[in-house]
Design a binder for this molecule. Sequence first.
Ligand code: HEC
Length: 214
Amino acid sequence: MEKKSIINGKTIFGIILAIPVVLFVAGVLSAQIPWFSEKPPLEFNSDMDNQFKAKTQQGTSFFADRATSRPPVEGTVPREGSKYKLQMNEVASADSLYKNTLVKNDFVLARGKNRFNTFCLPCHGADGKGQGKVVQKGFAPPPSLVVQKASDYTDSKIFHIISAGQGVMPKYADKLSEVDRWAVVHYIRSIQEKNGLKPNSNQQLALSTSTKGE
Ligand code: HEC
């Protein structure tokens, strides 16, 4: 008797038709094909999507104070530059200890703007008037940087505030290099000038090579 094979032409045709349907359904479910839903895709295999790790700006149960951003460990030394020597309340010593020797040019101003817009804008606003997004969300509004008072600060004092913080404003000595902090000072001066102020810069440029003789 002739044995009827299960795999006949019809079956093969059916399988070939089914393949795209299966791929399409799998594609939609795994969100490879965006279609009708904005919900997160079904996870067939979560890979490493969910891990027990601390994410920046999110709380964690790992530390008692729940903060993920940790202060540098006691005794940490910077890889580049040197540790900022003054504490927040030692602003009076800033003028004699830290002088602005960074020559202002387009590159320095662009770098200062870039760092300002990254680290300061969230609170101080792009115009320096103190209405950044963080303030709009309820953080203490900082005073405007484009008023006579801030314009009268020396470069060293602004450098000190950036480095050591002031009141609730955190310090940035561990986040911005010394040169970047001076570049930010130059940038703040430039927006003060744009607002018609005459900044009280105590910049002390090194003697130019031509005056050194030889
Ligand atoms: C988390 C918000 C926040 C960020 C980010 C921030 N500041 Fe501040 N800043 C403040 C607050 C609030 C004050 C007022 C602090 C006080 O005097 O109690 C302040 C004060 C200042 C002052 C002194 C103003 C005055 O009239 O006394 C300067 C200068 C300043 N900030 C510069 C900067 C620079 C430059 C950056 C970026 C490197 C920066 N701040 C980042 C919140 C912030």
